[in-house]
Design a protein around this ligand. Structure first.
Ligand SMILES: Cc1ncc(COP(=O)(O)O)c(C=O)c1O
Length: 437
């Protein structure tokens, strides 16, 4: 009789086991949404939007900030505000959501994909230094899942090489490095409020920046190029005479309803991050005792860690199974489909990152060659995606301490019955076929 649920054994979690759901809201959020519905202020520099923008910026310890339509255009506007464009090289991690690199090609820059550290999935800074050329203009760092890049060293690298630093903080609302919020270290940072994120309005995005000149640009870029004129003034900034000139841009604004959900979410964010962080530390301490399991590395400078995903690694070679088999076995024991999954596909082979399929990226033969993701070698990203990386959405950390013990027991059950798992042929992963180039 098999032991593992994936092979017909009894699942560890009974049918009535409840796991936290995401996203969540409060009655007060629904009331504010209804109030906005009854008002005649639904968008366009609304009071709720700017109340949220000032509060979220202050929470992360940044100077200026503004809402935008989503995290993808947030990165694009960060690049445009810094004057990055055609043929400029931008260093981007090989493991991230495709938007980080897609935003670069959308401003006609060249994303240079760099491999990550095996135990944090963040940019490998030795490889970053080796990838810098005279054409490099910026580094986009993604603090991925539940780990932060060495921000001190990264800032030194940027300063030494005269590069802009953009922080893609889509996964890091509520993370603090030496007591200071991430997103306040780069020249510009970008955030996503898409449904799965730890601060969410279904869709939405945000930019933070260091100087008022960058703020004026970001304000204009999100608002069809209009010069800054928020009424009443925000961040203490009066209308600047120097900003009378409009920029060329589009409409990347957010609505008042989205801002209402964000304002409500922000009142709960810090406690939720603290609760997840405590659970992650506890779960890691349990997982670290299980043979064949390796936990991710937490840098000592991290004073509060937010989690978009909770991640650990299996010793795939030693165990003779891969992460897809392991994730599917975990899901079946817990009775939650697709809760666990491998980390992002590396961008040199990602089904949703196909820059050569867009006519507007066809600038020249040299440009097409430069943006071809296949030219980059990303062995650590590939190993993590194909063999060892195991990720679960942050909602697993929003359960009780006993649930963390339950999760560790589930991992242990699979390790104890690893011989059985070797016989299981995992279902194929979802594949996205690209258009022919
Ligand atoms: C690391 C990262 N950057 C950027 C984005 C893009 O954000 P959005 O979906 O809001 O456009 C995401 C979204 O998942 C992300 O995970």
């Amino acid at each position: 009789m098999p032991k593992l649920a994936i092979l017909g054994g009894k699942p560890l979690a009974g049918k009535n086991k409840k796991w936290a759901k995401w996203p969540i809201s409060a009655e007060s959020d629904a009331q504010l949404v209804a109030k906005i519905t009854r008002s005649n202020r639904w968008s366009f520099d609304g009071p709720v939007e700017w109340e949220f923008a000032e509060k979220f910026t202050a929470y992360q310890g940044a100077k200026f900030g503004a809402c935008c339509a989503n995290g993808t255009v947030g990165i694009q506007m960060a690049l445009e505000a810094l004057g990055i464009g055609a043929y400029d090289e931008v260093i981007v991690p090989g493991m991230t959501w495709q938007a980080t690199a897609a935003a670069c090609v959308d401003v006609n820059a060249i994303p240079v994909l760099v491999d990550v550290e095996p135990d944090t999935y963040n940019l490998d800074l030795d490889k970053v230094e080796a990838a810098i050329t005279p054409k490099t203009k910026a580094i986009i760092v993604v603090h991925l899942y539940g780990c932060v890049t060495d921000l001190d060293r990264l800032q030194r690298i940027c300063k030494k090489n005269n590069l802009f630093l953009i922080e893609d903080c889509a996964h890091q609302h509520g993370t603090f490095w030496k007591g200071k919020g991430v997103g306040s270290f780069g020249d510009v940072s970008s955030w996503s409020f898409q449904e799965s994120k730890v601060l969410s309005s279904g869709e939405g995005g945000f930019n933070m920046c260091k100087t008022k000149e960058l703020f004026y640009k970001l304000y204009s870029l999100r608002n069809c190029g209009r010069p800054y004129e928020a009424q009443p003034p925000v961040f203490g900034l009066k209308k600047a005479a120097a900003m009378e000139t409009a920029l060329q841009s589009g409409n990347y604004r957010l609505t008042e309803w989205q801002a209402a959900l964000l304002l409500g979410g922000l009142t709960r964010l810090d406690q939720q991050v603290k609760d997840r962080d405590a659970n992650a530390i506890y779960l890691n301490s349990l997982l670290a005792q299980i043979p064949g399991i390796q936990v991710m590395r937490r840098r000592p400078q991290v004073t509060q860690q937010s989690y978009f995903n909770f991640t650990f690694r299996i010793d795939a070679k030693e165990l003779c199974v891969d992460n897809t088999q392991f994730c599917q076995a975990l899901d079946r024991e817990l009775g939650v489909p697709e809760l666990f999954e491998p980390p992002y596909e590396p961008l040199n082979g990602c089904g949703l990152y196909k820059p050569l399929t867009k006519t507007r990226h066809n600038l020249s033969a040299a440009y097409k060659k430069a943006i071809n993701p296949k030219r980059f070698s990303l062995p650590v990203c590939e190993e993590a995606n194909k063999h060892s990386g195991v990720c679960a959405h942050h909602q697993v950390l929003m359960n009780s301490k006993a649930d963390m013990e339950f999760l560790a027991d589930t991992v242990k059950k699979i390790i104890d019955n690893i011989d059985e798992l070797r016989q299981f042929k995992a279902d194929a992963r979802k594949q996205f076929k690209a258009l022919p180039v």
